[in-house]
Design a protein around this ligand. Sequence first.
Ligand code: NDP
Length: 285
Amino acid sequence: MPAAPNYRSELVGVFGHPVAENPTIVMMEAAFKAAGLDYRYLTIEVLPKDLAAGIAGIRAMGFRGLNLTIPHKVEVMKHLDEISPNAELIGAVNTVYREGDRLIGENTDGKGFLGSLRSQGGLDPAGRSFVVLGAGGAARAVSVELALAGATRIVIVNRDEGRGRALAERVAGIARTALEFSPWKAGYRLPEGTDALVNATSVGLYPDPGRPDIDYGRIGPGMLVCDVIPNPPRSAFLREAEARGARTLDGLGMLVNQGAIGFALWTGHEAPAAAMREALAREFA
Ligand code: NDP
């Protein structure tokens, strides 16, 4: 007897507001196709006042998982059954997955960055000294994961002093890493002995052609310079660092890696990372 037809797909997606320009669907749909999985990724506009109802909705409809973007990454935590220890430390959830009926919150941003740092950047953060520009959500995720991975020193550089100091204190409390905060003055000079510099601000994100206002004279061979900005992959920041002989790591790798972790949590399969990167690179081109 022929097998009964199955017209039901597994569902995942992203909640955000505004969400229309979120490109995650491009890499996830490419991943499901490459892996031969019948999953659909939905890009869903959810107002802050409707978040609780939205989460109840994904429970009712049996979604396999969810991404959260601005402004839901913190607020969603109170609607979940469990939060991973890393997401708890970061204080934000960008990925939800299901174990039976339970919804579990994870933060894959910092882990995606670490994966990219190790595999594409060829740098193990243990024993290394970092400068992180910015103190928002991306900087928080990156700094927490760097500290957990054994970085010796992290200098947080941010315009808003309150936010910068709060991040330095948060990370100092969870690891033996030496944490410092440095207020951002125009032409900020990197400290001696910096192994890697990370732009975790939103400066340079398409359509902004700019780059962070620092003294690029301190960048040279031997330093790894990383950007969290995925679009454009070769940001003005990375182009300047390359011109000075530094090795560079783009934000596209971080985006793909964090998505690959989510893919594995949702499907139980290893993610086809190359297909995901190709799809996004095509989209951003
Ligand atoms: P937030 O709004 O939480 O933080 C933005 C940060 O950028 C703040 O520290 C802010 O400083 C700083 N900033 C903004 N403009 C300037 C400027 N002109 N000069 C100096 N600092 C500035 O954003 P997120 O942390 O959530 O996101 C930041 C970027 O990270 C986004 O562009 C996003 O695309 C990217 N990202 C990439 C990911 C990836 O996988 N590749 C994952 C997550 C995010 P202040 O506090 O002083 O205002």
